[in-house]
Ligand binder design. Structure first.
Ligand code: URA
Length: 441
């Protein structure tokens, strides 16, 4: 009888949202509890996700959903660490290796960075997959050991643990198979439930828009950013969002070990200009929000200083060592996984590069084995695309536009055929555009 009543309540709650009603806190908490204790069946959870997808959530509902998901598991307490704590999250892009070098750079400036990251999602790569190109690097760690590492060296990048926002794990898996991923309030709650549970004081969000991002245009990125900043600030975490363009890949490499090498180059002061620019823009706001620097200009100078004096590099080595990775492989990147077939892709035309289609490049790298189609599938850390020409560069007839790193000659041949659609060349110089378009705080 009790079971039947509970089920009736579940059905009524789903119907309320289906008909465009506003859910109260109790109804949202029942939904989130249902995702973790099994009191809602998968088909009921999925029906509610679709109702939310179609009808939306207002700001109050979004906040209630985020907090309920955050409290569905353990919430890390980092109060015993006296230094300010700050994290950064990107909504996902192509060639986005920023976290790998940004976290140790910020930590080298005296701020603790407790970063809990994800794996590749859809066409975008994942920080954890890139770090796992380092032999031995462990992304799984009990939260207490993570806290001890943060206390000791001020930085760590690990994966989500089973006890951190478990409702998100369940709901994300259902969204993935029910066409309900691309929904602003659900994305907001999913991302923030994990970030708020990691115990950070401040958070900088890199909300990307463009053909290589989940948000196709500036307006939708702005709405996602606005929601996330409002919910996160209200939860007591000082938060700012940068709206950044994601039309061409970040840097010149897409693929796990290839991107790790690019991050190593950034730490050694020789990273690609666009990658460093985005890194500094995000890092500036992290240091200001954490109260470590008074202005973005001061923060930029500190970040450049820790790269120049080697402190950021040393901090990265500390992190690799602490998480069981081979320091030897990052000191000598030629020892990292290497693809057996490396071929140049050359242009038949020549001219100025006017577009490098990020999504196309990501799909080709994915096809080479750099990404996965299903959670848990193995990836090949060595494959991908490197030496990408950048928008605005002039390439001579027959000049190189990129290099393909493939597992087999057949895979390289296929990638070569596909790459033709990834570049657009024209006769005229291109006016450069800023990567960071707007800041929301
Ligand atoms: N990343 C997440 O963690 N969740 C989403 O819903 C989308 C991106």
């Amino acid at each position: 009888m009790v079971g039947a009543m509970a089920s009736e309540n579940v059905v009524n709650t789903i119907a309320k949202k289906r008909d465009g009603g506003v859910l109260n806190q109790g109804e949202i908490e029942s939904f989130v509890r249902g995702a973790t204790d099994g009191s809602w069946a998968d088909y009921q959870l999925t029906a509610m996700l679709m109702a939310i997808f179609l009808r939306g959530l207002n700001d109050t509902e979004t906040r209630a959903l985020t907090l309920a998901m955050m409290h569905s598991g353990r919430v890390l307490k980092l109060d015993s660490i006296r230094a300010p704590k700050v994290d950064k999250h990107s909504t996902g892009g192509v060639g986005d290796k920023i976290s790998l070098h940004l976290a140790p750079m910020v930590a080298a400036c005296g701020v603790v960075v407790p970063m809990i990251s994800g794996r590749g999602l859809g066409h975008t790569g994942g920080t954890l997959d890139k770090l796992e190109s380092i032999p031995g690097y462990k992304v799984a760690m009990p939260l207490d050991a993570f806290r001890a590492q943060l206390d000791r060296i001020g930085v760590g990048i690990i994966g989500q643990t089973a006890d951190l926002a478990p409702a998100d794990g369940k709901l994300y898996a259902l969204r993935d198979v029910s066409a309900t991923v691309a929904c602003i309030p659900l994305i907001c709650a999913s991302i923030l439930s994990k970030k708020l549970a990691e115990g950070t004081d401040a958070l900088v969000l890199d909300v990307k828009f463009g053909e290589g991002a989940f948000m196709p245009d500036l307006a939708s990125a702005r709405e996602l950013a606005r929601r996330m900043v409002a919910v996160s600030n209200a939860a007591g975490v000082a938060t700012r969002a940068l709206l950044t363009r994601m039309d061409e890949p970040i840097g010149r490499a897409v693929g796990n070990a290839l991107e790790l090498v690019e991050s190593i180059e950034c730490l050694q002061g020789r990273g690609p200009a666009d990658t460093m620019e985005l890194t500094l823009a995000l890092g500036e706001h992290m240091l200001v929000l954490a109260g470590r620097c008074a202005s973005p200009t001061e923060a930029r100078a500190e970040l450049l200083q820790v790269v120049r004096n080697g402190a950021a590099w040393e901090r990265f080595l500390d992190m690799v060592r602490a998480q069981g990775g081979s320091v030897d492989h990052v000191q000598y990147p030629e020892r990292l996984p290497q693809a057996p077939v490396v071929e140049a892709f050359k242009t038949q035309r020549g001219g100025v590069v006017t577009a490098v289609r990020a999504r196309r490049i990501a799909e080709i790298a994915h096809g080479l084995g750099a990404g996965r189609n299903r959670a848990g599938e193995p990836i090949n850390p060595a494959v991908g695309i490197s030496h990408l020409a950048k928008v605005g560069e002039r390439v001579a007839l027959g000049g190189e536009l990129c290099r393909v790193h493939a597992g087999t000659p057949a895979a390289a041949r296929l990638a070569q055929q596909q790459l033709d659609t990834a570049f657009v060349l024209g006769p005229d110089a291109v006016i450069p555009v800023a990567l960071v378009v707007e800041i929301i705080s």
